[in-house]
Write a protein that binds this ligand. Structure first.
Ligand SMILES: [Zn+2]
Length: 300
């Protein structure tokens, strides 16, 4: 088999994930000499409001129980923004964000308010979408001293409006959806200018409990998914940076033994942009996840 190429995409969703999960992941990456791409939630941690999905989204409660979300995320996070005030994430830990970049990792924007984007994007006015990304961009620039070059949509949720605003931000590329290779998205008949680098593997919370996969066998499953071309694996500071850290370390050891080459998504964009075709992008189902995600479709 040709040398596997892997890009690790880190989604940081919460206050606790930023505070505890990111430093742990930085230490793990350092141990393996890996540079990753880390997407930060810049605004308030309203994770507790996700609780309403138990009542509004089919299959969510089942998933919560299957992945033991309360024990993995902690009660504090599950109540943030409900009876407890929503803490501001990036503004609380600018040092952790800067340290991530100082260590050579690529940094990008996950969102301003993760829960609001994930739950309301499809019904949001375009100005509100622009405001969500605009606030995140402003604080990003204040913390890092340069503009953001990439964003990754919360919950893999996009609309033609969100892609249009991302085009207007002149980003190098975005990583908003699920698929198999970099492409230029076509939504509602319109082709967007910002390259999409999709996540090619399922996330840990999607595979646990599916087809009898446990933390002990999760990495066998991941290794079976390694394909030629760019493999993109999304991990979460809240899982792989906390309770799933030992499983993640084992995955990295096994990938290293396979001779994998780890690159950032920016390096992936540079390598694959020229060959990227125009392809449909739409909200669709993915195994193990309640609700829809942006998926790569047919060639246009
Ligand atoms: Zn996220």
């Amino acid at each position: 088999m040709t040398q596997p190429v892997i890009a690790l995409k880190v989604d940081v969703d919460t206050y606790v994930g930023t505070r505890d999960g990111v430093p742990r992941l930085l230490e793990i990456f350092d141990r393996f000499g890996i540079k990753a791409t880390v997407y930060f939630s810049m605004g308030p941690d309203n994770s507790g409001k996700a609780i309403r999905r138990i009542f509004t989204r089919k299959g969510f409660l089942k998933k919560m129980l299957r992945t033991r979300a309360p024990s993995m995320y902690g009660v504090r996070t599950l109540l943030s923004g409900t009876i407890l005030p929503a803490p501001m994430i990036a503004a609380s830990f600018p040092g952790i964000l800067r340290e991530t970049e100082r260590l050579g990792h690529e940094v990008g924007i996950h969102c301003w308010d993760h829960v609001r984007w994930h739950d309301y994007l499809p019904v949001m006015a375009k100005e509100t979408v622009a405001m969500e990304l605009g606030r995140a961009c402003a604080l990003f620039e204040e913390i890092f001293g340069h503009r953001a070059r990439t964003t990754a949509a919360p919950g893999w949720t996009v609309t033609a409006d969100s892609l249009d605003i991302q085009d207007a931000l002149s980003l190098s590329y975005c990583s908003d959806g699920r698929g198999y290779a970099p492409f230029y998205p076509v939504v509602d008949g319109r082709r967007f200018a910002t390259l999409q680098i999709p996540t090619t593997w399922p996330t840990m919370d999607e595979i646990l409990g599916e087809n009898g996969i446990s933390p002990e066998t999760a990495n066998d499953h991941y290794l079976s998914l390694v394909k030629p071309g760019l493999n993109v694996h999304t991990i979460h500071a809240e899982l792989e940076g906390k309770s799933m850290a030992p499983v993640f370390i084992d995955l990295l050891k096994r990938l290293r033994d396979l001779g994998a080459r780890f690159i950032t998504l920016a390096e992936g964009a540079a390598e694959y942009a020229a060959k990227a075709p125009d392809q449909m992008m739409s909200m669709g189902e993915t195994a193990g996840r309640a609700g829809k995600v942006a998926v790569q479709g047919d060639r246009v």
